[in-house]
Design a protein around this ligand. Structure first.
Ligand SMILES: NC(=O)c1ccc[n+]([C@@H]2O[C@H](COP(=O)([O-])OP(=O)(O)OC[C@H]3O[C@@H](n4cnc5c(N)ncnc54)[C@H](OP(=O)(O)O)[C@@H]3O)[C@@H](O)[C@H]2O)c1
Length: 125
């Protein structure tokens, strides 16, 4: 019998607010799906709201009563990220974990430092 980790090992995410970037498709979408399945309040943060709404719909088709919403921002545009942070994060304590998004956004480390400054978040990547 295998002891390999599976998504069934994800602990309950109930009561957690989770923002997933790059969640229109691929790894981000699957992360959003599994975090919603685990009971998290998941926001799909995307530059394209048509794609974001479609991604949320596809999650709701799989996870009944999924607590999933969408928010708009473009990771390559610090002003867009700042506006997103203002709308979504003010007053909400948050931990940030990022990894592959810098590549997607063609962002440099310098941009991430700027995002840290704008959003007052500590990114780990
Ligand atoms: N470290 C590893 O072992 C490993 C393994 C596999 C993949 N990766 C990396 O993980 C990342 C995701 O892979 P994937 O296969 O899931 O890719 P994908 O399906 O192409 O997903 C990329 C996502 O990022 C979004 N995105 C791109 N630029 C953006 C921007 N400026 N603002 C907001 N969202 C933006 C895309 O949105 P749109 O739909 O609007 O384009 C899409 O939702 C890639 O960077 C890949 O290289 C790493």
């Amino acid at each position: 019998m295998s002891n390999a980790w599976t998504t069934k090992d994800i602990p309950s995410q109930a009561g957690k607010r989770i923002i997933v970037t790059g969640a229109n498709s691929g790894i981000g979408w699957h992360a959003a799906l599994e975090l919603a399945r685990a009971g998290g309040n998941v926001t799909i943060a995307s530059r394209n709201m048509t794609k974001a709404e479609d991604a949320a719909r596809r999650i709701r088709e799989i996870v009944r009563n999924a607590d999933v919403r969408t928010g708009q921002f473009d990771l390559s545009d610090p002003q867009s990220v700042a506006a997103f942070a203002e709308r979504e994060l003010r007053g909400h304590p948050i931990e940030a974990r990022t990894a592959p998004i810098a590549e997607d956004a063609a962002a440099s480390h310098a941009l991430f430092y700027e995002l840290e400054r704008i959003t007052s978040l500590r990114y780990e990547f």
